[in-house]
Design a protein around this ligand. Structure first.
Ligand code: FMN
Length: 209
């Protein structure tokens, strides 16, 4: 195995370290956050740090990079508290990735890609049409990460749209049926294949499928 100590890590070039550290902790969720400013400008950006924070109440969180440059997603949901989370499907990879480009605030990524905004249930923020799982979220709180200037955003999941064929009887969402992508690092997109689901784990008993 290759071995790197802290000295090595600190000595890596910026891009090498960024690639390694972004991919080393494992596959990440691939989502696009849709938002809209109070002046009506739509915004869409890809995020790989969205994860559920607890199911009762239904919460999610994500990491926002340091606010050293304008962050349009952040600005928008600070204005009106709402945003959408939309899974990236196989046929959306290139467009989803392109939403990370630094466009000016008045330019909507929906106009720079083939992705189409979709408005539902009177929710102010746009969903992404064709995304197999779409969540309407309400900003609740933020926590500064003192070590690097990132911000942890906490939000409530208030609306859930799931393609019917993904939803199993027990509530479990079989993402594979929607060709939902996962992210390896900052630019690797992978299509996971389900291996098995296992019984609830109990002491002294290996779970079965
Ligand atoms: C694969 C991928 C994952 C990303 N994940 C995050 C993330 O978790 N947090 C973040 O702040 N930026 C992330 N970014 C960068 C944002 O997509 C990028 O900064 C975008 O321009 C933000 O748009 P906004 O200013 O319109 O909000 C990611 C970029 C890529 C390509």
């Amino acid at each position: 195995m290759m071995y790197f100590n802290l000295n090595d890590i600190e000595g890596f070039s910026k891009i090498y370290r960024l690639n390694m550290i972004n991919s080393i902790t494992g596959y990440k969720s691939a989502n696009m956050i849709g938002s809209r400013s109070n002046s009506g400008i739509e915004n869409l950006a890809i995020f790989s740090s969205i994860t559920h924070l607890g199911s009762n109440p239904a919460l999610l969180s994500f990491i926002l990079r340091p606010n050293t440059v304008p962050r349009h997603t952040y600005k928008n949901f600070k204005e009106n508290q709402v945003f959408t989370v939309n899974h990236v499907a196989l046929n959306q990879i290139e467009d989803a990735h392109h939403t990370s480009a630094k466009y000016d605030e008045e330019i909507s990524e929906f106009n720079q890609t083939g992705l189409t905004p979709e408005y539902k249930t009177d929710f102010l923020a746009p969903f992404v049409k064709g995304s197999p799982v779409q969540l309407g979220c309400r900003y609740l709180n933020e926590y500064d990460i003192k070590e690097n200037g990132c911000v942890l955003i906490v939000a409530a999941i208030e609306h859930i749209f799931i393609n019917k064929e993904l939803l199993e009887d027990d509530g479990w969402v079989r993402l594979e049926r929607g060709n939902v992508m996962t992210i390896n690092g900052l630019d690797g997109y992978a299509l996971p294949k389900l291996n098995k689901r296992l019984d609830y784990a109990r002491p002294n008993k290996i779970s079965k499928s």
